[in-house]
Design a protein around this ligand. Structure first.
Ligand code: ZN
Length: 153
């Protein structure tokens, strides 16, 4: 492990730097945070859920622990991370991704998915459809969790 103080490469089992004596700890941030730049263009799992204020929040690359904690009220989905400008390299793949989301969401809600219905829509309109479905799923999940909570108590 590399010493954060002097940069000396230490053996993994060392607790202190052999050069300067600094404690060798891997910070939580170093372990789990992936720089945004490395995620751009990548398909990563995002866990969506309602925050305390009822807004949709997304946790990028959630750990298995977080996924387990939100099994009942969250929705885990693969998302392609966009450039900070919001641009996507290929329009076609954005539409494909949205259509996949819509199809999965409809299946979850037990609704029929008709590809023709969406084939002429712009990405902007598809996003609206998707977000609407998405809200329905989150509401459904949080209701189900609430009823489980109250039946347990
Ligand atoms: Zn050192």
């Amino acid at each position: 492990m590399k010493c954060v103080q002097c940069g000396t490469q230490n053996e993994p089992q060392n607790k202190f730097c052999i050069e300067c004596g600094t404690a060798l700890v891997e910070s939580t941030a170093q372990k789990y945070v992936i720089p945004y730049s490395r995620l751009v263009g990548q398909e990563v799992p995002v866990l969506f859920l309602f925050d305390e204020l009822g807004r949709i929040a997304g946790i990028v690359n959630p750990s298995q622990k977080i996924i387990d904690e939100h099994k009942m009220d969250g929705v885990l989905q693969k998302v392609v991370i966009l450039e900070p400008t919001g641009q996507v390299k290929s329009k076609g793949s954005e539409i494909d991704t949205l259509l996949t989301f819509i199809q999965q969401s409809k299946e979850f809600l037990g609704e029929k998915y008709n590809a023709d219905e969406f084939s002429q829509m712009s990405p902007g309109d598809l996003k609206k459809v998707y977000l609407h479905l998405f809200e329905q799923i989150l509401e459904y999940k949080s209701k189900r969790q609430n009823s489980l909570k109250s039946s347990n108590s």
